[in-house]
Design a protein around this ligand. Structure first.
Ligand SMILES: Nc1ncnc2c1ncn2[C@@H]1O[C@H](COP(=O)(O)OP(=O)(O)OP(=O)(O)O)[C@@H](O)[C@H]1O
Length: 266
């Protein structure tokens, strides 16, 4: 029997399942037979040395790549081939290793751009900011302002993001992803390039998003302190294969994980 299109999942139910996924680029195998799941309302980390296949995995989950083998099931439904914007409409939003914002646009406009995925009125009405579009825009703007308050970025709401320091750009990018009200939020190295204070702020926001809104989060992160503090469960990849999966303390004491990280400068 086919699952309903929008099943109501409770905390701890499997939200996304990755089953035997492999991904190849010509002769290079980025992922080999990887399986794991992400449960509703958890913070799930994906870790591993450089080139382990972490970003490739996120790209499969949000539709940038389609697995060569295996399948991905989201909310109980085997995912058809889908593009990133379709995944976003389905409830999967992400941020990128290198910030991907509209640099000449303000913080507010970048976050509004993320919100546009939720807007229903057609282009004709939006063009004239009239009728249904007007009312809709007011509501969406209110939601975006809430995100701006939540992320404590009121002071930069009108600033073009290209002029902001990197740590703040990362925060705006998080805001844009939150504007999509995702069920699953994918964060690719959310702390990369940040100083200690910025990392603490970002950790706090990630925890608050998870706890206040119940948003399920999967993140790639190299800072092991952050990973161990934030995540409920950790999956470890090495050379495209899964080598461990468990709670932070289980993973930390796993000999294969210790070996994989020996000599790696993270
Ligand atoms: N578009 C692509 N074309 C060819 N090879 C690719 C492509 N994307 C990734 N790869 C290869 O797949 C492997 C996994 O790369 P991936 O970026 O997923 O690793 P990663 O764990 O995210 O690494 P890092 O921590 O350095 O970001 C690497 O060998 C990489 O060179």
């Amino acid at each position: 029997m086919r699952a309903p299109d929008n099943p109501v999942l409770g905390k701890g139910d499997v939200l996304l399942a990755v089953d035997n996924v492999s991904l190849g680029f010509g002769g290079v195998k980025a992922l080999t037979d990887v399986s794991f799941d992400i449960r509703k309302s958890e913070i799930r980390a994906i870790i591993g040395p450089n080139g382990a296949g972490k970003t490739s995995m996120l790209n499969c989950i949000n539709g940038f790549y389609y697995p060569t083998e295996g399948r991905i099931t989201f909310k109980g439904i085997k995912r058809p081939k889908m593009r990133p914007h379709e995944a976003a409409r389905g409830g999967i939003a992400r941020t990128f290793q290198n910030v991907a914002l509209f640099k000449s646009m303000s913080t507010l406009d970048n976050i509004m751009a993320g919100r546009s995925i939720k807007m229903h009125s057609n282009f004709f009405w939006q063009l004239f900011r009239h009728g249904p579009a007007m009312k809709e825009e007011v509501e969406h703007r209110r939601f975006v302002e809430e995100i701006i308050d939540f992320l404590e970025i009121q002071h930069i709401r009108k600033v073009p993001v290209g002029r902001l320091p990197y740590g703040l750009q990362k925060r705006v990018e998080l805001g844009r992803a939150l504007a999509m009200e995702p069920e699953l939020l994918l964060l690719d190295e959310p702390m990369a390039g940040m100083n200690l204070e910025e990392k603490e702020d970002m950790s706090r926001f990630i925890l608050e998003v998870n706890q206040q809104y119940g948003t399920t989060i999967a993140l790639i992160e190299h800072d092991m302190g952050v990973v161990m503090d934030l995540s409920d469960r950790v999956v470890v990849l090495e050379y495209g294969r899964k080598i461990a999966d468990g709670t932070p303390s289980e993973v930390k004491s796993d000999q294969r994980v210790i070996d994989a990280y020996l000599g790696v400068a993270h």
